[in-house]
Design a protein around this ligand. Structure first.
Ligand SMILES: Cc1cc2nc3c(=O)[nH]c(=O)nc-3n(C[C@H](O)[C@H](O)[C@H](O)COP(=O)(O)OP(=O)(O)OC[C@H]3O[C@@H](n4cnc5c(N)ncnc54)[C@H](O)[C@@H]3O)c2cc1C
Length: 304
């Protein structure tokens, strides 16, 4: 068991922003992540609104964030937290490898991809079905692929895929996209892209080994269409990474974490920031900002 004054769970932009401030203040803390430092930035094909860069590939920016940690002399503890509980006046985070006890916690644990919740989805994951175009797009060079979704992340991943595949269908449940007009126009201008609205997926088709297609249905006319596919990327939103939190009073009914302007949750000593908050806009600079505000509040809390 390891003891700290503060635990940061998640080394995405929020956790990294906080870690740098806590280090400057000399706080005894650990920053824990079960995956690649930089969080979701690693899978953003193109970041075009991060201050200081006109445009930068997500993995390059994630590496720069990681370098900031290294330059500040901060190392990341590689572990996935499976449970966070109260332990007297302290908090106890149980990881897959170790247990961590601390006076306060910053939840910077972001989100994961929402599933379609259709039969065959889990079985065909990794066999033609993927939730990350940047990670898996290259497997579909010159093939036929569909993206489902209409937000900015889905549109960016679709543009990335359209440069690789022979034919790309973009399926969205509404006639209007939630994502920005620029991205929609960029997609529409690509010769190999067919946008299909207002359709929803109703059946994922596959043989024993591989995804083979998708049945979609028009929400207005109920007409069905079958698309023959090599690959499918459902990009229909995010769910908060909060199921490991076993303390009452932190989560709202959607599993996200409401906070006040100092990033304090409903439980004394628990702070949160970044994509795990209930908010419509999820952005790197917002997550970093939250991390820094949370760090300042944590320093005040520990000094009390
Ligand atoms: C395809 C795509 C494109 C995007 N494009 C842009 C863009 O152009 N501009 C922009 O500003 N934003 C963009 N975003 C959004 C941006 O990436 C996020 O807003 C930002 O990364 C949120 O930071 P975060 O620190 O809150 O969470 P994340 O980046 O999600 O980091 C959370 C971290 O917590 C870790 N974690 C979670 N649970 C646990 C646990 N139980 N134990 C240990 N570790 C855990 C995860 O492994 C992860 O590393 C994009 C996102 C996607 C998916």
């Amino acid at each position: 068991m390891k003891q700290f004054d503060c635990l940061i769970i998640g080394a995405g932009p929020c956790g990294i922003g906080a870690a740098i401030k806590l280090k400057e203040a000399g706080v005894n803390f650990a920053i824990i992540d079960g995956s690649t430092p930089g969080g979701k930035v690693n899978i953003a094909p193109r970041v075009d609104n991060y201050p200081g860069f006109k445009e930068i590939p997500g993995p390059d920016l994630a590496f720069k964030l990681f370098e900031r940690l290294m330059n500040a002399g901060i190392s990341i503890t590689g572990d996935t937290i499976v449970s966070l509980e109260k332990d007297g006046d302290l908090f106890k985070a149980t990881g897959e490898y170790d247990t961590y006890v601390s006076k306060c916690v910053l939840l910077a644990c972001g989100t994961k991809e929402r599933k379609l919740e259709l039969p065959n989805e889990d079985r065909l994951f990794g066999h033609g079905l993927s939730y990350c175009a940047l990670c898996d797009g290259h497997f579909f060079k010159d093939q036929v692929v569909a993206v489902i979704g209409g937000g900015n992340a889905a549109l960016k991943e679709a543009i990335h895929l359209a440069h690789i595949v022979k034919k790309l269908y973009v399926i969205h449940r509404r006639n209007e996209f939630r994502g920005s007009n620029n991205l929609v126009e960029e997609l529409k201008a690509m010769d190999n892209v067919e946008i299909i609205t207002p359709y929803i997926p109703v059946e994922i088709l596959g043989d024993e080994n591989k995804l083979t297609g998708l049945v979609i249905q028009n929400r207005e006319t109920e007409e069905k269409r079958t698309l023959v596919l090599d690959g499918l990327f459902p990009l229909v939103g995010q769910l908060p990474n909060t199921t490991f939190i076993k303390i009452d009073g932190i989560l709202n009914e959607w599993g996200t974490i409401p906070v006040d302007k100092e990033m304090k949750s409903g439980v004394d000593g628990i702070y949160a920031g970044g994509d795990v908050l209930p908010r419509d806009i999820r952005q790197i600079y917002l997550a970093e900002h939250d991390g820094m505000v949370a760090a300042k509040s944590i320093i005040n809390y520990l000094n009390k």
